[in-house]
Every structure is written in C-alpha cells, then in structure tokens.
Design a protein around this ligand. Structure first.
Ligand code: GTP
Ligand code: SPV
Ligand code: MN
Length: 593
C-alpha cells in the first residue's frame, strides 16, 4: 500500500498539473517562514505596516471590497444524494461541481507560488484532533493559517503517521464575485474554494473543515462539531465549570469566551478561562460526560465594538503580532474601528475617511491573533482529552420575546431550544443585516448535512450512561421600547452563567414555566448593577400570546425538514405548545428583584 506521504505528494502533483503554479512551497510552520511571508507581502502591498511602536508585529490587509464576508449563496455541500445535503444547504451534483471547479482551477496559479499547508485542528497529541492539508496561492491565507491552526512539520508528521487528512484546495482566482464558489465534497473529505480570499471562504481549516466536513465525520463517529465558544468559569472555591455556547456569527461568542467578571465577582475570586471562541468539538468520555476541545489555535475575531469596556482581554491580545483585515487607521497609523477612542483618517478601503461613505472600519473587519496572546487563555486548551462540559448554551439576537435566560427541562427540550434558535442577521455574511432568521444551533451556514438528520444526531446523545450537560437559552439582545438593550451584557453576563452553574450544582431552584425553567426571585445576583426591577421583570417576562405565535412559527420551520424531522422533536414542540395553551396560571412575571 502506498504511504500517506506518497498519497499527499500525488495529490499535490495532480493539483499542480491543473493549476500550473510557477513554484511550490511546502510550509514548515516556522517563525522564519512566517517572517519571510510577511516581508514578501509588505513588499507587494498585500500587507501594510501599522505603527510598530504602539502595535509591534501588527499589519493591515485590505481585502477586495467585493470580498468582505462569507458568501452563503455561493457555498455548496455536494453529497452524492441531494437529500443528504438537506434544505439547509445549497447542492450541486458532485460530478457537475467537479467539472465546474476543474475549469476554474485550470491554470489559475500561473506565475504564482502554490503553498502546501499541512495543519492539525486541535492539540497535536489529542485523539479528538483531525488533520488536513490546504493548498493555496494566497500568502495571506498561509499567514492566517499559521496563526489559526497548528500548521507545518509537526502536523505533516501526524498526517504521515495517521493516514487520513482532509484535502482543501483554494485559489483567490480573479477575486471576481461572478467566479466564486466554496464547494464541499463530504464523501471525498475534500473542499474546493475559488475566487475569495476572505476568512471562512479561504481559511479552509475553519468553517469548511472544522464544521461542514467535520460535522459529517462527527455524525458517523458519534461526536459533535459545533459553532460554539468554550469558556471555563472558576468560582471562589477554585472549581471550574466549562460551558459551551452556540451563538450565530457576530452574536457574542468571542466576547463571552473572554469576559471580565464584574467588580464584586473579581473581589470574591471569580475567574474566567478562555478555551475557544468559535468552534467546539465534543464527544462522550468514559464517564459519560461530554469532553470538548477547541480545534483552533487562534482567534479570527470581529474588530468593531471591541474596546476597553466591552472586551479588554481581546484588546490586550491584539496589541502586538496581529493581522488586521479591513479596519481603518488613525493619523499615527494605528488600527481603528468603531467603538475605539481616537479618530480614523483612512477607511477600510484606504480612502480618506468620510462618514458619508459609511463606517470607517468594515462591519465585518477582523483581527487574526494567536490564542496564546490572550490573558485569559486556559492551559486546559492544550489538554488532549479536552474539558468536561457542564452546560450548553444557545442564544441569538432577539429584540423581543426571548427571555434573558431559560433552562431546558431535559435533553430533548434542549435540542428543541437549539433547533428553534433564531437571530437577526449580521455583517458576518453578505446579504441583508437585521433580518430574523432561524439558525438552529447557530449552524445554519455550517451544518454539512440534512438538518433533520442533525437534530436526530443531537437527540441520540441521550442514552443510558450519558451524563449530559444542562441546556440553556440566553438572549443578551432584548430591547426596550426606546430601542436600547435592556441587559448590560458583556461582563455582566457572568451573573447569568453563575445561575446556570448553581442550577448544575443543584443550588438554585428556578421557576418552572411552560417554556422552560427561569431564575426564581432573587436567584440572579444583581449587586452592583443599576438594573431597575421593572427592567428585570421585562427581561424575564413571559408573553403567552407571543410564545403561542413563536411555537407556531417554530413548528412551521421544523416541518420544512420533514420527512427527516425526528418524531421526538415534533412531539416535543407539541408538548411545549400544549403546556402553554393549558397553563392559565402561567406567571406573567417569572421573577422580580
Ligand atoms: P463570529 O466570529 O462571527 O462567529 O462572531 P462571535 O459570535 O464571536 O461575535 P463577537 O463576540 O465578536 O460579537 C460581535 C458583536 O456582538 C459585537 O458588536 C459585540 O459588541 C456584540 N456583543 C457581544 N456580546 C454582547 C453582549 O453581551 N451584549 C450586547 N448588547 N452586544 C454584545
Ligand atoms: C463567522 O462568520 O462565523 C466567523 C468568521 O467566525 S468566518 O471565519 O469568516 O466564518
Ligand atoms: Mn464564527
């Protein structure tokens, strides 16, 4: 049998024969290689040097203005059988997709260097980690992959040992939106991406591999690949509970994963440890609990809104050795975005800043930085066995109806809460912003197979011997009549996490309601917070008619996945709807201060 190295070399040879690069470079992942790439990109203006006194090792990349976010309408999941991709994905026959992509890749790297990037998603010695190889003609992608993954010689050694790897082929092509496709072939463990150099479209280890392809492997092998942050909450007794939370793109994962406890909590000895900010792979351990790793090694975080008051940890991370994409710059060449003090002089497109052109930084401008630079980085993030998960949290941007927090009564109810998730759209993907859409488990753009099968896979974890986490739903984004957020959010979200942990430990009673368990009066610690009782009541109020309409909408949405919608999920929605209809005594106000 041919060795893995031979298989890898053969594939690289085939790709080179099609794309016809001037040169081939096998990445070793060294610092010297990174520095050389940066020098080359500075020379050809792919990177712009930022103020090296205030921001040593920091550079700015301006992407093509037509290439600033994920393109969901151009992203395909090509299972051999169309049904397997589900209504949640765009599909094309794999043979047709291959023909289309082969034509695009034909000769596309002429005159360019082709980089071969072996990478590992997860700690190099973790049984939960998986490897891939990305071939790209973009040095910007190589530099980002160096920060975001364990990339180079060590990953290649694991691939040679292990045999299997995901094949990713990427070219920026002409950066023409008319010639742009992000295509997945789950049955072949391969990804082909053409015509974009941006984030999730181009850094193939991230959404393409670690979610769309990995979700398929996870289903076959009994684990979960999720769009979740992982955070450790250490209480004053020194016990740490790990929480995994799924929020849609640009809905607060990075922020929650790095939160700074409110002052009183800090004084009492609470600490927060960041394990991951975007992707979580988890599977049952020998003790029946779910154990999670962060497959990434860095953060590709949203820049706008990141400030000393919202996310000081992120701000400290990105003070040095960071690649910024599509931010603005100040007169003294510091990176700038909306939410920072100071004034921009040049906008994200390199034009003199003019408010008439919109925000100075693109709303989806981002920073790429090694996780090791995060002050709250957890040493457990390198643990090959992962961290045990005490609670799973779902949430989205819901200006009304959804309470600040509610707990599912059991796993099946929790899966319903995840499946029913909705959120207003953001700038992380092209298209309209601020439109409510269902985004089950925050995986609408990332689940690599039929959502009906995915819900069934989630339900399947509830089996004898399983010690499953409790499931919660949160909403940091409730707005009052004045259009302002009712809940302060950010660091104060720890108050809600503390209640969850109290529930996990059996230390809080909660109030049972038809939609879930809410904090009982006095259970949410609000000391030091200027939140008036009426606002708290509104955040935890249950609008019965509103929920009846919501459950009808959820039912309609779920039936879109029939005939693969699990009967147990349909029945669970019906149970909640019936309880709601029957419960005349339902409290209007679940809790007051
Ligand atoms: P992706 O990287 O796209 O997957 O996003 P993410 O979920 O990591 O989002 P991130 O944490 O970067 O948050 C993006 C936006 O949400 C920023 O504008 C934040 O200011 C805002 N945000 C985060 N947490 C809160 C919160 O608790 N309350 C409010 N009101 N806004 C928040
Ligand atoms: C997201 O959009 O959810 C991101 C950024 O985390 S990207 O890598 O572009 O997918
Ligand atoms: Mn994301």
């Amino acid at each position: 049998m041919a060795s893995t190295l031979e298989a890898l070399e053969r594939w690289v040879g085939e790709v080179a024969a099609r794309t016809r690069p001037a040169k081939i470079h096998w990445c070793d992942g060294s610092e010297a290689e990174y520095r050389a790439l940066v020098q080359q990109m500075l020379a050809d203006d792919t990177l712009i040097e930022l103020n090296q006194t205030t921001h040593p090792g920091c550079y700015l990349h301006r992407s093509n203005p037509s290439d600033v976010a994920r393109v969901e309408h151009l992203t395909l999941v090509c299972h051999p059988n169309k049904e397997d991709s589900g209504p949640n994905n765009h599909w094309m026959d794999p043979a047709e997709a291959h023909a289309k992509m082969d034509a695009l890749f034909d000769g596309c790297m002429a005159g360019r260097t082709m980089y071969v990037i072996p990478y590992c998603m997860g700690p190099l010695d973790s049984p939960l980690a998986r490897c891939g190889v990305e071939i790209t003609d973009s040095p910007y992608v190589v530099a980002n992959m160096k920060i975001m993954t364990r990339m180079g010689t060590a990953a290649q050694a694991r691939i040679e040992r292990e045999g299997a790897f995901v094949k990713g082929l990427h070219s920026i092509g002409e950066l023409d939106p008319e010639r742009r496709w992000i295509v997945h072939f789950p049955a072949e463990l391969s990804i082909q991406s053409y015509g974009s150099g941006y984030g999730g479209n181009a850094l193939l280890g991230k959404k393409c591999h670690a979610l769309r392809i990995a979700s398929n492997q996870a289903r076959d092998e009994g684990w979960l690949a999720e769009h979740m942050l992982i955070v450790g909450i250490e209480n004053p007794a020194g016990e740490t509970h790990y929480i995994a939370a799924a929020f849609p793109s640009a809905c607060g994962k990075t922020n929650l994963s790095m939160l700074i406890p409110p002052e009183g909590y800090r004084r009492d000895g609470w600490k927060v440890w960041t394990v991951g900010d975007d992707i979580c792979w988890m599977r049952p351990g020998a003790d029946g609990r779910l154990y999670a790793i962060n497959p990434e090694a860095g953060f590709f975080g949203v820049a706008p809104g990141t400030s000393e008051s919202s996310n000081p940890n992120a701000l400290k991370c990105i003070a040095h050795d960071t690649i910024f994409t599509n931010v603005a710059v100040t007169a003294d060449n510091q990176p700038w975005w909306e939410g920072l003090p100071g004034t921009p002089v040049t906008d994200w497109q390199g034009r003199p800043y003019d408010p008439a052109n919109g925000p100075a930084a693109h709303p989806n401008s981002r920073f790429t930085v090694s996780a090791k630079q995060c002050p709250s980085w957890s040493e457990k993030a390198e643990d090959p066995q992962g961290v045990p998960i005490s609670a799973i949290v779902f949430g989205g941007r819901r200006p009304s109806l959804l309470p600040l927090v509610m707990e599912a009564r059991d796993w099946t109810h929790g899966v319903l809460m995840g499946a029913a998730m909705g959120s207003e759209t953001t700038a992380a993907a092209t298209g309209a912003v601020g439109v409510l859409r269902r985004d089950s488990m925050a995986m609408k753009p990332f689940c690599g197979y039929h959502y009906g099968d995915y819900f069934a896979h989630w339900l399947s974890f509830d089996k004898p011997g399983a010690k499953l986490p409790k499931v919660f739903h949160v909403n940091w984004f409730r707005k009052g009549a004045d259009g302002k957020f009712l809940w302060p959010g950010y660091g104060d979200n720890l108050r809600v996490l503390e209640w969850m942990i109290a529930r996990v430990q059996g230390k809080a009673q909660g109030t049972r309601t038809p939609i879930g368990i809410l904090p009982a009066a006095g259970e949410l610690k609000l000391d030091g917070l200027a939140l008036d009782p009426a606002t708290l009541a509104e955040l935890l109020a249950l609008d019965r008619a509103g929920w009846q309409a919501e459950l009808a909408a959820i039912g309609e949405y779920l039936e879109g996945f029939a005939p693969r919608l699990p009967a147990a999920l349909r029945a669970e929605r019906q149970r909640v709807a019936d309880t709601l209809d029957a419960d005349d005594a339902m409290p209007r106000k679940a809790a007051t201060a």
